[in-house]
Design a protein around this ligand. Structure first.
Ligand code: NAD
Length: 429
């Protein structure tokens, strides 16, 4: 057969067309996936159309690697679920404030007992709140119900070091507050109340913020005037075991008025008397937590000394109201914030014993050095200039606190059972 030039051309075109059709078919087959793969024959593999199968050893390694990845992913999923469970589904009901009324407020020591309740109140009012805390006695879980909220920020920072942020108001609460905590590292307690206060006042000066300093009834020492008005200068042992705190707070007050006079910083000074409530530290060694924990565990309720020394206790929400009212007032002199209803320690032990029930007995121990014998605020100033006085009756406050401590004790381990005390609105919803 003679192949003409024309026929050869036709054969060539036909060949190219066949190759094109085969290529198109393969592309289509690989795009529709598995079906074609399954029908792939060994000849295809030999012809190099599909990748060669992995050697047995490599294939086993791949399978093991996949199994490890699957296990790791399962672990991560569990962790994410745990973390999600800790973020509140719903934040407490926060009021909306427009930019004119909304303030940016710094609370030093905001992860502590009093600070966290103050944070709740300010957040609920709709302000932006920045908490600065070194977590010496404070805990993240005191404020964790605000984590992720657009108005809330938590900064891990020691106030002994300078801080540079923009704020309108500062509540300076950072300081260990109970005797075992402030005596644990007396030098650090002094530094916190002196250098820390200088840093806070310096920040206030730089940004023009108003500052409220959390002082204490301890500035009166073991008082020889009763009840204690703000005009009383106190009776403090400057080298006793409590001096690091008492004198630290006295210097803190002195610094505040020096900055007010010299640098025109707007300062408010609250002299806080004994306060109790939920989120108190379990082992802060103060009367209320000691007595409640002892009673809840059916242990002896221990009184140091003869029990005739007096104390007056205010519920934490009363204190927080007083702090906010003082900050917003025009009154610049120190103000006592405390409950003037006085009880002997012995009476107090009996009240708690009756509220908790149980089989505890009240026992006397040796007196503690420099333990003040009488403590009762004169709150005439707070009434007159702030229109403030405590409202929560002792029994109501104690019941809420006992409930909190009961839940704390019931926690079987640190993470599995949460005991988060939420602000009132959230609690109800
Ligand atoms: N609770 C009371 O009965 C009472 C009485 C008088 C005065 N105060 C004052 O009120 C404030 C709050 O007391 P509280 O009872 O909530 O105590 P708290 O120990 O629960 O809170 C103090 C907070 O300050 C933090 N802090 C301590 N040193 C710090 C530092 N160097 N830098 C940053 N953060 C630091 C702690 O971690 C904690 O979160 C304190 O200044 C205290 O002196 C409290």
């Amino acid at each position: 057969m003679v192949l003409t030039r024309r026929k050869m051309k036709q054969c060539l075109i036909l060949g190219i067309a066949i190759i094109l059709v085969i290529c198109l078919y393969r592309t289509w087959a690989s795009s529709i996936g598995g079906g074609v793969k399954e029908s792939a024959t060994q000849e295809d593999q030999i012809a190099g159309v599909l990748p060669e199968p992995l050697p047995r050893e490599d294939a086993e390694n791949v399978v093991q690697e996949l199994e490890r990845t699957r296990r790791r992913m399962a672990q991560l999923e569990r962790k994410i679920q745990e973390l999600e469970a800790r973020i509140p589904v719903k934040y407490p009901d926060v009021k909306y404030l427009n930019y004119k009324n909304r303030r940016r407020i710094l609370v030093t020591g905001g992860a502590g007992f009093v600070g966290s309740h103050l944070v709740d109140l300010l957040m609920m009012e709709g302000h932006e709140v920045i908490v600065v805390d070194n977590f010496f006695t404070g805990r993240k879980r005191n404020v964790e119900h605000w984590f992720g909220h657009e108005n809330f920020e938590l900064i891990h920072h020691d106030i002994v070091n300078p801080l540079f942020i923009e704020v309108d108001e500062i509540y300076h609460l950072a300081s260990p507050a109970s005797p075992p905590h402030y005596m644990y590292n007396p030098v650090k307690t002094i530094k916190t109340n002196t250098m820390g206060t200088i840093n806070v006042l310096g920040l206030a000066k730089r940004v023009g913020a108003k500052v409220l300093i959390a002082s204490t009834s301890e500035v009166y020492g073991d008082p020889d005037v009763h009840p204690q008005p703000e005009t009383y200068w106190g009776h403090v042992n400057p080298i006793g075991p409590r001096a690091c705190y008492d004198e630290g707070k006295r210097v803190s007050e002195t610094l505040s008025y020096a900055y007010a006079k010299q640098e025109n910083v707007k300062v408010r000074v609250a002299r806080i008397f004994n306060t109790y409530g939920p989120r108190m530290h379990m082992n802060d060694g103060r009367v209320v937590s000691n007595f409640i924990l002892q009673a809840l565990q059916n242990e002896s309720i221990t009184i140091y000394g003869n029990g005739k020394q007096t104390r007056s206790f205010q519920y934490v929400s009363d204190l927080v109201d007083g702090l906010v009212m003082l900050m917003r007032s025009n009154y610049t002199q120190p103000v006592n914030i405390g409950n003037p209803v006085e009880h002997t320690i012995e009476e107090f032990a009996e009240i708690i014993h009756d509220l908790v029930g149980g089989k505890s007995v009240i026992k006397q121990m040796a007196a503690v050095e420099d333990d003040p014998q009488r403590r009762k605020p004169d709150i005439t100033r707070a009434k007159k200039y702030l229109n403030w006085e405590p409202r929560v009756p002792l029994k109501v406050g104690l019941e809420r606190t006992i409930e909190y401590f009961r839940k704390e004790l019931a926690r079987t381990n640190h993470h599995s059972q949460r005991n988060v005390f939420l602000p009132r609105h959230a609690d109800e919803s």
